[in-house]
Structures are given as structure tokens and as C-alpha cells.
Design a protein around this ligand. Structure first.
Ligand SMILES: Nc1ncnc2c1ncn2[C@@H]1O[C@H](COP(=O)(O)OP(=O)(O)OP(=O)(O)O)[C@@H](O)[C@H]1O
Ligand SMILES: [Mg+2]
Length: 311
């Protein structure tokens, strides 16, 4: 059996002496899935995504009550990214298979877009060549192909700082493609974008997921995008998974409880202003049907009143 794209087992993360940012998080994401990660501010989304990308070291072990310690681990494509509080030996190679897109600050402002995207191949070119900017013709072609794929080839020679927010996110996706990523981790990639740029970025992620079978884990503040683009949603609350199942089964009551005071601002402005047809993107099929976590407060499927129906 092929290994899962992402396997998170008993992951905990505590910063200093504070309350755990992540407390016993476990789930698997199959290759070719596109999964949304949602949760209120501070619920642990970024910490989890950074841990998956090998940028945050998880706690060595989890101690449930007075029981035996349980080792936490994160595996990517069957290889250990981290285990027992240590970044694994194969992490360096693995990192090149995981493309990361953040909410902002994705590009080095004074470097050209092309050079920014070429840094995606730094895992492959000898360090001295990368540092000196001596990228081979074939690497430049690869980067240009990636920029073309995300629709901003004509911006290649501009400085990173000259791009709009949406274009910067597209360049970050191009960088992930150039590095040959099989998995893309996108942490609130559309949070700072206007609706049309947000749709464009999500469309690109969905297209790469569908056509290239790139596995996508995307954290989203805007729940309507999770519903539209991702067949499966994982919800975090206070560092724990409280829902893991079909996005279509998320209910207004669940979301209101999940987001608490944030909820009104989050789902009232929906996709009603969207000019894209509702069926422009159909959620990608998930290879193995996800199962809802045993969350006592996860409700049975009902979409009534959840979202304004797009025109
Ligand atoms: N580097 C850090 N040092 C100390 N505490 C941190 C650090 N990073 C995150 N935390 C804490 O961990 C918890 C989870 O934070 P995290 O950024 O993962 O949440 P989030 O779900 O991404 O929130 P948001 O929606 O606001 O981005 C919060 O309580 C936060 O204060
Ligand atoms: Mg965050």
C-alpha cells in the first residue's frame, strides 16, 4: 500500500510554559487529496502546518494524564519529517517535496520574480551555483514554465515587491512547482487578497491538485472557500481536531461554536458577491472517504442557511 502524503500522529507542541498550541493531533491525508484546515485564531493551524513542513519542532512526547508517554511523529510520503521531538535525517530531502505558501512575505522583495521562483530549485543545484545566481538554462526554463502555469510569466523580470498580493501568491506556488513539490502546504494563502485574486489562487491550487495530483493542505479563514474547493475539512479548536470529515457536512451551528465570537465576521460575507459560477470548481474527489472525528458536537449534515447560494 502506498504511504499517505501526510501522516500526523499524536503531535503536541508547547511553546515555553504556555498552554499547548497542539495537543494530540492525529490524521492522515492521502495522495491527491485537497484538504482544508479551519479553526479560530490561535487554534493551532499555523503551528501544525509549520510542523508538517518541518519548520517547527514538535514536542518529544505526549503525556496523556498519568499514562505512558506517546511518541509524536509526522511522516511525509512515507518518510519521517520528525519524530520524538527531532527533525528526521531525511527532512532536508523531504522539504524539497513540500512546497510552502504563506499568507504574506512569500517573496524576497528586491530579487526578480524569476530568481525568487528559482530558489525553489536550490534543493537541487549545488549551493555555490545557487548562491551566485548561476542557474542552468534548464532550471530557468522550468521556472518559466511554472510561472506560465500560474499565469504570470510576463512578470518574471519584475522585482518581487512590484507584484500584487495575488501575483505574489501565484509566484509562491510557482516556486513550489519549480522545486518539484508533491505536497503543497498553504497557510492562509488568500487571507490578504481581494475576492477575485483569492478565487484565482484557489483555482490554481485546485487545478494543480486535479491535474498534477499534488496533495494540498490549505488553511482558510473563509469557510466558504473550504466548502467550495475542498471535499474534506479538518477543524481545530484549542490545538485539537474537533472535526475531520466531508466539508459538506459542516453545519452553521458547528461553525458558530468553532469560531465563537469571530463567527459573524467570518461567514456572513460569503461568495454571494462571487462572479464565478458555483460549479466553476468542483471539489476534488478524495481517494479514501474521510471519516468524521468522534467530535461529540459535530453535527449531522445540513447546509441550511450556511452559505448564501452563489448566483
Ligand atoms: N513562536 C511562538 N511562540 C509562542 N507561542 C506561539 C508561537 N507560535 C504560536 N504560538 C501560540 O500557539 C497558539 C496557536 O497559534 P497558531 O499561530 O498556530 O494559531 P492559528 O490557528 O494559526 O491562528 P491564526 O488564525 O490567528 O493564524 C497560540 O496560542 C499562539 O499564541
Ligand atoms: Mg495562523
Amino acid at each position: 500500500m502506498r504511504a499517505a502524503a501526510i501522516k500526523v500522529s499524536h503531535v503536541a507542541k508547547t511553546f515555553g510554559g504556555s498552554r499547548a498550541a497542539l495537543a494530540d493531533v492525529s490524521f492522515g491525508i492521502e495522495r491527491g487529496e485537497m484538504v482544508a484546515l479551519i479553526g479560530a485564531s490561535g487554534s493551532g493551524k499555523s503551528t501544525l502546518m509549520r510542523a508538517i513542513a518541518g519548520l517547527v519542532q514538535i514536542d518529544a512526547a505526549l503525556r496523556p494524564g498519568y499514562g505512558e508517554p506517546v511518541e509524536g511523529s509526522i511522516e511525509i510520503l512515507g518518510e519521517t519529517m520528525q519524530r520524538d521531538g527531532r527533525i528526521g535525517g531525511s527532512a532536508k530531502n523531504l522539504r524539497s517535496r513540500v512546497g510552502v505558501v504563506f499568507q504574506q512575505f512569500n517573496l524576497v522583495p528586491r530579487l526578480s520574480v524569476l530568481t525568487n521562483v528559482l530558489t525553489g530549485s536550490l534543493g537541487r543545484v549545488p549551493r555555490w551555483r545557487g548562491t551566485l545566481g548561476l542557474f542552468a538554462h534548464v532550471e530557468r526554463q522550468r521556472a518559466m514554465a511554472a510561472l506560465t502555469r500560474v499565469g504570470i510569466a510576463e512578470q518574471a523580470l519584475k522585482r518581487g515587491s512590484a507584484l500584487s498580493g495575488g501575483q505574489q501568491q501565484r509566484a509562491a506556488i510557482a516556486r513550489a512547482l519549480t522545486q518539484g513539490a508533491d505536497v503543497i502546504i498553504a497557510d492562509e494563502p488568500i487571507a490578504s487578497l481581494d475576492p477575485s485574486s483569492a478565487r484565482c489562487v484557489m483555482d490554481i491550487l485546485a487545478d494543480l491538485n486535479r491535474t498534477e495530483r499534488i496533495t494540498v493542505l490549505v488553511s482558510l479563514h473563509q469557510v466558504e472557500y473550504a466548502l467550495r474547493y475542498c471535499a474534506r475539512t479538518i477543524a481545530l479548536r484549542a490545538g485539537r481536531v474537533v472535526y475531520d470529515g466531508p466539508s459538506a457536512a459542516l453545519t452553521p451551528a458547528f461553525l458558530a461554536e468553532l469560531y465563537g465570537a469571530e463567527s459573524e465576521a467570518l461567514f456572513l460575507p460569503g461568495l454571494a458577491d462571487s462572479s464565478a459560477p458555483a460549479d466553476a470548481i468542483s471539489p476534488s474527489p478524495s481517494p479514501s472517504p474521510p471519516t468524521p472525528a468522534a467530535a461529540p458536537w459535530a453535527q449531522p449534515p445540513s447546509l441550511d442557511g450556511l452559505l448564501p447560494v452563489p448566483a
